[in-house]
Design a protein. Sequence first.
Length: 282
Amino acid sequence: MVIKAYGKINISLDAVDKREDGYHLLKMIMQQIELYDEIDITKADEGITITCNKYFIPTDNKNLAYKAAELFMKTYNINEGVKIHIEKNIPVAAGLAGGSTDAAAVLKGMRNIFKVKASDEELMKLGETLGADIPYCFVGGTALCEGIGEIITPLRPFDNKILVLVKPNFGVSTKTVYKNLDISKIRKHVKTDRLLEAIEKDDLKSVCYHMKNVLENVTIIKHKSIKNIKKNMVEMGAINSMMSGSGPTVFGFFDDILKAQRCYEYFKKDYQEVFITRTIKK
Ligand code: ATP
């Protein structure tokens, strides 16, 4: 079976505290986008085989999809094997949850092909042990994610909004960005309540006004180009622009497809990974 594994952007990302184990406690509004990997899952006699159209993605147990398959087989005593092909379209190490969404899709797909009676909650708990964004990717749509990302409150769909995404020609490590985040130095936290109101009213302008990501400053110190991309995107007609997750992908919201197309053409001259896409509902 083939499953579409959708990427996400952060409409907001705030860090409100730090746990003793070093994990930050977060408050994020996540939004699924129309950009997806295709995950083709079939039964095999034994073992786990991963293939991928992108040569630089690991296909061994370093791949989150592999880890998800392994955990699923162990948990539900599956004695057969599985073959997984990942057709990757989502930029990698980009702040778009590419690996997490693949893992969530593998859990769903394996439940289906091996006819395992596991609830969504059970699979989300399994996913959480592999990565904090996996439970959200499992649910999708528009959601408030708290804790380390695993406490999920679904929100009214904020779908069908036009986006341009620019992934600079480098990746960043989520772990390193969080390591470099000092929450005592955050001068302005996110006005999450304002954003929740704006989403409830489906008010794109207000969402654009209040959207904020406290990781931006951490990543921008190392990669100044992100700041320029943000600025250029607004000059090209975005209502507002922001870095997604730990970066480096920058997205901009548009209220006009022609402006979005012009912005796309502008960035396409300098960057390989530029997309026009939309927010979706689950
Ligand atoms: P997040 O937004 O959750 O931080 P990300 O978009 O920043 O995720 P990923 O694309 O998930 O980051 O990739 C991060 C690292 O994980 C890469 O170095 C990549 O090699 C590795 N990786 C393992 N499995 C996968 C996968 N299925 N897809 C993409 N990357 C994977």
